[in-house]
Design a binder for this molecule. Structure first.
Ligand SMILES: O=P(O)(O)OC[C@H]1O[C@H](OP(=O)(O)OP(=O)(O)O)[C@H](O)[C@@H]1O
Ligand code: HPA
Ligand SMILES: [Mg+2]
Length: 175
């Protein structure tokens, strides 16, 4: 395949992603009716999911991003770092944190603790994927796209060493 340089087995096709993101957007629209949401994308992995999800939410909202990094290749270093911070305070705001994947849960644990100290009115997580087999901490994912197995996945924002984020589907590189 030209975008990857190696074969990828499709796990979630474009149509599966589109349908599930529409459902998630509808649920969020219902739950936050009458409120103004602050949608926070966790960079870089969330950027494609976030772009599709916000277009499925029929509410007034703002978007901000926080840059986080902990993975090298296919492994979590366990050390979570903020590489770029939010541009606005979230005190008193209803925050929806948007992630591509909750894997060990360490990134989300760190973010919930860090953002929690900024005193938002509420904070929930929308994650496209959750990998419970690898969880090291319990994270309450309020809006979950798909539960997947223990495989390392790429595409739709998810990378392998910085590459393959631009695949329009979620797949598993053949090893
Ligand atoms: O639950 P965890 O085991 O912490 O893994 C999940 C996090 O790891 C990935 O980000 P990464 O640190 O690779 O940065 P990226 O989003 O820029 O790819 C992914 O996008 C999540 O943010
Ligand atoms: O399965 C994964 N793929 C890409 N990035 C990731 N970050 C945590 N888990 C994954
Ligand atoms: Mg990554």
């Amino acid at each position: 395949m030209s975008r990857t340089g190696q074969p990828i087995d499709v796990l979630l096709a474009e149509a599966d992603l589109r349908a599930r993101v529409a459902e998630m957007g509808a649920a969020i629209t219902r739950d936050y009716a009458g409120k103004h949401l602050v949608v926070i994308g966790v960079l870089k992995g969330s950027f494609i999911f976030l772009a599709d999800l916000v277009r499925a939410i029929d509410l007034p909202l703002s978007v901000d991003f926080i840059g986080i990094s902990s993975y090298q290749g296919t492994r979590s270093t366990g050390v979570v770092q903020i590489t770029s911070d939010l541009t606005r305070p979230i005190e008193g705001k209803d925050v929806l944190l948007v992630e591509d994947i909750v894997d060990t849960g360490l990134t989300m644990k760190y973010l919930l603790e860090n953002l929690g100290t900024r005193r938002p009115a509420s904070i929930r997580i929308a994650a496209l994927l959750e990998k419970p087999a690898r969880a090291q901490v319990k994270i309450d994912v309020h809006y979950r796209g798909f539960v997947i197995g223990d495989e390392f996945v790429v595409g739709y924002g998810l990378d392998w060493d910085g590459k393959m984020r631009n695949l329009p589907f979620v797949g598993v590189p053949r090893t």
